[in-house]
Write a protein that binds this ligand. Structure first.
Ligand SMILES: Nc1ncnc2c1ncn2[C@@H]1O[C@H](COP(=O)(O)OP(=O)(O)OP(=O)(O)O)[C@@H](O)[C@H]1O
Ligand SMILES: [Mg+2]
Length: 563
């Protein structure tokens, strides 16, 4: 199963015995499910989403059972913002506790994600084996910490999450799979495709090269703080200002009114993709007003947001050494890529390539579900591999499809530089990021580095890997801490220890260490090995707080409830 865990909405897909990925619709028959949950007493229900939520104008802020609550209680907990707060924060929520509380208990995004996933799976994947391998997608720009957090959320929800895959890679894989399946023969010619993925919370773009069953990501860029929500918020700011100017008072200081305004502006934004003018209703306890917005005004207000996606796309092309005319296919992905301004911009940049003919478009996956479909194909590739054992594909999958699943090779690039934390030789106490593996490297990638022990008779050394481009280690994300032990007693200071650091195909770090033997030791060991393997163990992060544990238990007790 593949899961596209989106900021605003999520999608699940499974690989069918007909050799194609299929989206699993939710209880309402929708192919995307709002990433929002309702928690009431011990029940958990999905949605409604950001755009469907209508709040009473004079909500009294009470729980459904009459208990007094704060402003937030009784309305759905939106997952929008779930992905963003992970960035650089090590998984803690930064935007205040209002949205991230369940029945008054502050919970981490990971826990809420787990609750949401439990609801999603209960509703959409009914009848699927619970322990089947699951691939979850993440924005390319995610560092290890949020990638792990997404996996952990899945595992806390009882899913057997085996891998994460970048959303853009996933969409490209869905295209490759579908495209080749159209005429039954892999396309032998080398082709370049651009994936432009504008979701609700994140923007990602990638250039991939394909030939037959090979899919190689050449370069990828992303901005995890840019998405369709920013277009909605910009529109909401403008509408609020127009309302204040017209009516002379500001009702948007209350959280509930802000959410209401955002909900209305979200609906207006969707309408402006189809029509040129629409009216945003503002209902306050004092008066009801309609604020008119036009597509031209909306596009003017959000010009700089679109510009950011354009700059990043152009930067990506430049980095990859690809000219716009070298691209064969433009794959728009994500709900916000449906905006007319985005389509126009892509046409400006790539001409007719951005407006494929009907035949070519037949090979394109649905922009709304491409990510989930690609993840389902990838999960099937894992299940088709010879080592899959019990989790292998069902016998109904034809041998031709199995062969193709095994034949596909997928190559990604690293999203961030990987460095080791070192002491600044000039400023005592200052820790620097010494980059070992640069970003954008073809995966897998490895490097070997020799360190010296700092003191005589050292018992071991500690190695802290960081992820990021900033020179100060503290400004980067921590990738992992490793303890290297097993050094023989009596080693002099500055004895060389060689460390192998690698990133595997899916961006996961691996570390192993060896001690360089002295010529005397080599003579004794008959010169067979000049490296003595050392014990390398990752230091596990400390367990969560008591509050977190309490919230976990509480969320685990919530029963997914049918809608
Ligand atoms: N027709 C449309 N016109 C304009 N915007 C749209 C349209 N349809 C969807 N959107 C916007 O697309 C976004 C949702 O897209 P999508 O479901 O792909 O995001 P997501 O996967 O939840 O987010 P992310 O991938 O960033 O985590 C929302 O901001 C929504 O307003
Ligand atoms: Mg998405």
């Amino acid at each position: 199963m593949g899961i596209d865990f989106g900021t605003d909405s999520s999608s699940l897909a499974d690989f069918g015995s007909d050799g194609a990925p299929h989206v699993l619709p939710n209880a309402l028959g929708q192919i995307r499910t709002a990433s929002a949950i309702n928690v009431f007493l011990d029940r958990l229900t999905l949605g409604p989403g950001f755009d469907q939520t209508r709040f009473p104008a004079n909500g009294d802020g009470r729980h459904g059972d009459g208990r007094p609550g704060d402003d937030h209680d009784g309305v759905p907990v939106p997952m929008s913002g779930f992905k963003r707060p992970y960035q650089g924060s090590g998984g803690t929520y930064q935007r205040g506790r209002r949205v991230m509380t369940v029945d008054g208990i502050p919970v981490s995004p990971k826990l809420l994600g787990a609750a949401l996933l439990r609801g999603l799976v209960a509703e959409t994947a009914t009848g699927r084996p619970a322990d089947a391998p699951v691939v979850m997608t993440v924005p390319h720009a995610f560092t290890r910490t949020p990638r792990e957090a997404v996996c952990d959320a899945g595992r806390s929800a009882g899913l057997n999450v085996t891998e994460t895959l970048s959303e853009t890679t996933s969409a490209a894989l869905a295209w490759l799979w579908k495209d080749t399946a159209v005429d039954g023969q892999p396309v032998g010619r080398t082709r370049h495709a651009l994936v432009y993925d504008l979701g609700a919370g994140t923007f990602d773009a990638a250039i991939v090269r394909t030939r037959c069953n090979e899919l190689r990501v050449i370069a990828a860029e992303g901005d995890p703080t840019l998405g369709g929500r920013d277009w909605t918020e910009t529109l909401a700011e403008d509408v609020a200002e127009q309302f204040r100017n017209k009516c002379g008072h500001n009702p948007f200081t209350r959280w509930r009114m802000q959410r209401r305004l955002l909900g209305e502006c979200e609906r207006a934004k969707l309408m402006l993709s189809k029509q040129r003018v629409c009216t945003v209703p503002i209902v306050t306890p004092r008066r009801t007003e309609g604020i008119e917005v036009t597509r031209d005004r909306f596009e003017g207000l959000t010009e700089d947001l679109l510009r950011r996606t354009r700059d990043l796309t152009e930067f990506l092309l430049e980095n990859a050494g690809i000219e716009p005319q070298d691209l064969d296919v433009i794959l728009p992905v994500g709900g916000a890529a449906a905006m007319p301004a985005v389509r126009r911009m892509l046409k400006e940049l790539f001409g007719t390539r951005a407006t494929p003919d009907h035949a070519a478009r037949k090979a394109f996956p649905d922009p709304r579900t491409a990510v989930a479909e690609g993840a389902a194909v990838y999960a099937a590739m894992l299940r088709a591999s010879p080592g899959a054992g019990d989790y292998g594909l069902s016998n109904d999958v034809p041998p031709r499809v199995r062969r193709r699943l095994r034949a596909i090779s997928l190559e990604e690039v690293s999203a961030h530089s990987v460095g080791v934390e070192i002491e600044d030789p000039n400023v005592p106490g200052r820790r620097l990021n010494h980059v070992l593996l640069p970003r954008g490297a073809r995966l897998p990638t490895a490097v070997q580095m020799t360190f010296g022990t700092t003191v005589a008779d050292a018992e071991g050394i500690r190695l802290r890997l960081v992820e990021g481009e900033r020179p100060e280690a503290a400004d980067c994300d921590r990738l992992g801490e490793y303890r290297i032990t097993g050094l023989p007693p009596g080693l002099p200071a500055r004895s060389p220890i060689t460390v192998d650091i690698s990133l595997d195909e899916r961006n996961a770090p691996h570390v192993s260490a060896h001690r360089v033997m002295t010529p005397e030791e080599q003579r004794i060991s008959a010169g067979a090995h000049d490296l003595a393997p050392l014990k390398t163990e990752p230091l596990t992060p400390s367990p969560g707080s008591r509050e977190e544990l309490e919230a976990t238990q509480r969320l685990a007790r919530l029963m997914p409830h049918p809608r």
